[in-house]
Design a protein around this ligand. Structure first.
Ligand SMILES: [Zn+2]
Length: 296
């Protein structure tokens, strides 16, 4: 909620800094006029940002300020990014007929609209009552809070509907491609000696790259790995921390070194120049005997 100062925009200012036909000021660079314009434009910019981000936002002014004649204010209305509503504070329990205008986005601000019921007396806004009349009554404050509550509730509901949780390593696209195609085994082998599973998986990618370098050079292969640790090690070119202390020191860097050489020298260089590595995806394999051997 934004309430830029209305002093230089007020019709009560004398002598007037602005006119309804010159809302930017008779002398736009005069210090107070310029400050008022800057604060108004920043407020309108924030409201436009709220509209762009589909977040609730509300700018409040007295009902008849010259600020409403700024082309930026009018543009927000004409573009359908904001709506304008007004309310008489006496309808919210004030003794004054002070009227406010609300420029809002993402809020059911039409609910704020109240006219004077013309069945009561008003205390004229002058002298000591001038400042007092600008204070929201409790009823108006509650109405504004309720308005924001409803706007935020709708915003969160829409966010839940349109933004499903996307955390995690799996990709719908990758899983779908893997499940919807038929595959065949090209190579299989036994690992000669026991070592950490991350090292074994990284060495498998090394074998695959050697194969690709000979059979499909100058291509950008997409490699899907079961191991996110192995994949991350390849992308970062760092040994998996889990590999240390398992009697396999030196093997991780060796595989990474081999993979780097394959990228640069055996026709997969284009991939390296573009993205540092061939495109990689992770996909969990639910049955993985080697993981059992590694005690995972
Ligand atoms: Zn009234």
């Amino acid at each position: 909620m934004i309430e830029p100062p209305c002093a230089t925009f007020s019709p009560a200012q004398h002598p007037a800094s602005r006119g309804y036909d010159q809302p930017r000021g008779y002398n736009p660079l005069e210090e107070k006029t310029l400050e008022g314009t800057e604060l108004a434009l920043r407020s309108l910019a924030i409201l436009k940002l709220c509209a762009d981000l589909r977040k609730p936002g509300l700018l409040e002014q007295p009902r008849k300020p010259k600020m409403r004649r700024l082309e930026e204010w009018i543009a927000l209305l004409e573009l359908g990014l904001a709506e304008e509503n007004w309310a008489a504070s006496c309808a919210y329990g004030s003794p004054h007929q002070k009227e406010f205008v609300f420029l809002s986005t993402g809020l059911p601000a039409g609910n704020l609209h109240r006219k004077c019921t013309r069945d009561h007396q008003h205390i004229p806004i002058q002298g000591k009552w001038t400042k007092q009349s600008a204070v929201y009554t409790d009823k108006l404050a509650w109405a504004l809070a309720e308005c924001f509550h409803q706007g935020l509730t709708v915003m969160h509901r829409e966010a839940r509907q349109h933004s499903p949780k996307t955390q995690g390593l799996e990709s719908f696209l990758c899983n779908d491609v893997l499940l919807s195609h038929s595959w065949k085994v090209l190579k299989h082998w036994h690992w000669a000696k026991p070592t950490h599973i991350n090292i074994q998986e990284t060495s498998t990618t090394c074998r695959l790259l050697k194969h690709l370098a000979l059979k499909a050079a100058s291509t950008r292969p997409v490699i899907v790995m079961d191991s996110n640790v192995g994949l991350s090690a390849l992308v970062k070119k760092k040994i998996p921390p889990q590999a240390s202390g398992h009697g396999c020191e030196g093997q991780g860097p060796q595989h990474l070194q081999e993979i780097s050489i394959l990228h640069t020298n055996l026709g997969l260089r284009d991939s390296m120049l573009q993205i540092a590595l061939p495109a990689t995806q992770t996909c969990p394999c639910l049955f993985h005997p080697s993981q059992r051997a590694a005690g995972r």
